[in-house]
Design a protein around this ligand. Structure first.
Ligand code: AGP
Length: 611
């Protein structure tokens, strides 16, 4: 979704703003713009399309020198991506950048039109600019408060007023915004990577708070207009983590980090015991859980599917996985003693936030599994378990998924320990096995040429099925999402046994299948399904384990599948950690071969902060 940056300090603000916007490109956008002070006047430059278009426009100007400004990358919601709809929007007195959606913008627009205001764009955001202008009588905080009283919806706003050329104002509700604290310079941003080059200190702006920022000082007002002290957080991510470091794409770099971050996520939570430090949830609460509901969107929800398999197996507690956008309006039966697990990389996904709030209304305990420190979801759940993936820049989530499932395993082990279903020794063995997976992951990464070769043979197809049974079926759901989001190939996941109940009619020589068959106990069943596909002309890429290949396929490999990828031998319970790697690589190479914009796929945004 949209990205916001703001800078006030000694540096040339357009340069800092562009720098920050580049770091927010991953959020997805279709136009960009900046507003900055020059000789005490507000100057706005904006452009449709990629940031480079904006940079070219800035460079057409005489040498700019400005020390205060705001910038924006827009992901169109109201009105097409165009110059006129790009942010900043403004009047003679002010300029704003907005991330979010103003739900009551139409009646407000009518009201402003009747007061003689003219609108240039089709956006909901311009209403905010003109509403502010209407209320502004030399007192920015008063005007912002008045505007906030009138608007409904979600917003993170950066604002500059012509009368205050050395100040930025900011306010937020339901959209992320942080304030970066530097030395003699301060920032606003939608996300931490935008400021990491300059500072790792930041403050999280809470709902309804207003910030007034100069180069030396950050003032925060609460909803009652009182000045408040805020905690200054330190990001542990280093600037390099948000760079490609020689990889052609962030996605590939992030896949190659997976072994290491698996270790980095597990290690802090194990010191001979699984040591989640819950503040609000006791062992007693956990012992009385009747059911667990996992909520999330996209990849995070798919991590929940793995969680369901593992928790049900190890803890004997029923688990239901909910798509957050469905859960928020559903009539799901929830008991007070149920536990809600919300999974989110960004911690800012609007649907997951709403679903979590709804869960809270039932009086259930909530635990969030989140990657971004201090993000919105961490502040509305009873307890938080952080994943330590570092910044994930590519829109397609890879490393975050891996550590989300790692937390599912740790939680399952912890719950089964509390329920006396597992011994300390068994936990230790399981943890050490999980840590040993780093080697197997790296082994697959070292064999990536093989996957590249498969991708070469498959990238011309327009349709694909992923099939599997049990855990493989859940892994396949994520593999399929990865492929479609970045390569634009239509793909679907099917439970292998379900194919013959309808969808097998689609199988032809132009409709290949990726079959995941890593469970020895279910392999013969999978084999029958693969035969059904082969006998209808469908090409099959089989992903299986070295052991299965040796024991069950031996000398007849070619008759069974057109292509086979063998995963290093892994205990089946832990197969998701290794089986997903070749599938992420497959999606990546397919997208590269099709010439797609891998890190910023069309129409997508990294964190989906609108409904
Ligand atoms: C993953 O590749 C997607 N880009 C998307 O499905 C993502 O996982 C989803 O939007 C949830 O995001 P979150 O983890 O930040 O809540």
């Amino acid at each position: 979704m949209c990205g916001i940056v703001g800078y006030v300090g000694e540096k040339n603000s357009p340069e800092v703003l562009i720098d920050g916007l580049k770091k927010l490109e991953y959020r997805g956008y279709d136009s960009a713009g900046i507003a900055f002070f020059e000789e005490n006047e507000i100057n706005i430059i904006k452009s449709r399309g990629k940031l480079q278009n904006l940079i070219n426009k800035i460079n057409e100007n005489k040498k700019i020198h400005s020390t205060c400004g705001i910038g924006h990358t827009r992901w169109a919601t109201h009105g097409e991506p165009s110059h006129i709809n790009s942010h900043p929007h403004g009047s003679k007195t002010l300029a704003i950048v907005h991330n979010g959606i103003i739900e009551n913008y139409l009646p407000l627009k009518e009201e402003l039109l009747s007061k003689g205001y003219n609108f240039l764009s089709q956006t909901d955001s311009e209403v905010l600019a003109l509403l502010l202008d209407y209320y502004y009588e030399k007192d920015p905080i008063f005007a912002v408060n008045k505007m906030v009283e009138k608007i409904k919806g979600s917003y993170a706003l950066g604002i500059i007023f012509r009368d205050y050329p050395e100040k930025i104002f900011a306010v937020k509700r339901d959209s992320p915004l942080i304030i970066g604290k530097g030395k003699g310079e301060n920032f606003i941003a939608s996300d931490i990577p935008a400021i990491l080059k300059y500072t790792n200190k930041y403050i999280i702006l809470e709902e309804g708070e207003i910030a007034e920022i100069t180069k030396e000082c950050i003032r925060i007002y609460n909803r009652d207009n009182q000045l408040i002290e805020k905690e200054i957080l330190t990001a542990t991510w280093d600037e390099n983590a948000a760079e490609k470091n020689g990889f052609p794409h962030f996605m590939l770099k992030e896949i190659y980090e997976e072994g290491e971050i698996l270790r980095k996520t597990i290690s802090p939570y194990y010191d001979g015991n699984i040591n989640f430090k819950f503040q609000n949830i006791t062992d007693e609460n956990i012992n009385s859980i009747k059911k667990i509901h996992i909520i999330g969107c996209g990849t995070a929800m798919h991590a929940g599917l793995i969680g369901k398999n593992i928790i049900e197996k190890l803890c004997k507690i029923p688990v239901e996985v909910h798509i957050a956008s469905e859960f928020r309006y559903s009539e799901t039966v929830i008991d007070k003693q149920d536990l809600i697990l919300a999974i989110s990389q960004s911690g800012e996904t609007a649907d997951t936030i709403a679903a979590l709030k709804k869960a809270g209304d039932y009086g259930c305990r909530t635990i969030a599994v989140v990657n971004v420190l201090g993000s919105s979801i961490t502040r509305i759940s009873d307890d938080v378990i952080y994943t330590f993936a570092g910044p994930e820049i590519s829109v397609a989530s890879t490393k975050a998924y891996l550590v989300q499932i790692a937390i599912m395993y740790l939680l399952a082990l912890k719950i089964s320990e509390i329920k006396n279903l597992i011994s300390e020794n068994e936990i230790a063995e399981n943890i050490s096995y999980m840590l040993s997976l780093e080697k197997k992951i790296n082994q697959i990464l070292n064999n990536s040429d093989k996957i590249k070769h498969f991708a070469y043979d498959f990238h011309g197809y327009e349709n694909l099925f992923y099939i599997g049974r049990g855990l493989d079926y859940s892994i396949a759901a994520e593999a399929s999402l990865k492929l479609k989001e970045i390569s634009y190939i239509h793909s679907e996941t099917y439970a292998a046994g379900e194919l013959k109940h309808g969808a097998i009619s689609l199988i032809t020589k132009d409709f290949p299948v990726i079959a995941l068959a890593t469970d020895e106990n279910l392999f013969d069943k999978m084999l029958s399904n693969i035969k059904e596909i082969k006998s209808r002309g469908g090409k099959v890429l089989l992903i299986t384990t070295e052991n299965i290949a040796k024991e069950k396929l031996s000398d007849r490999k070619e008759d069974i599948a057109d292509y086979i990828f063998q995963i290093p031998e892994t205990k089946h319970l832990f197969i998701p950690f290794v089986a997903i790697i070749p599938l992420q690589l497959f999606a990546y190479y397919m997208a590269v071969l099709r010439g797609c914009d891998v890190d910023k796929p069309r129409n997508l945004a990294k964190s989906v902060t609108v409904e």
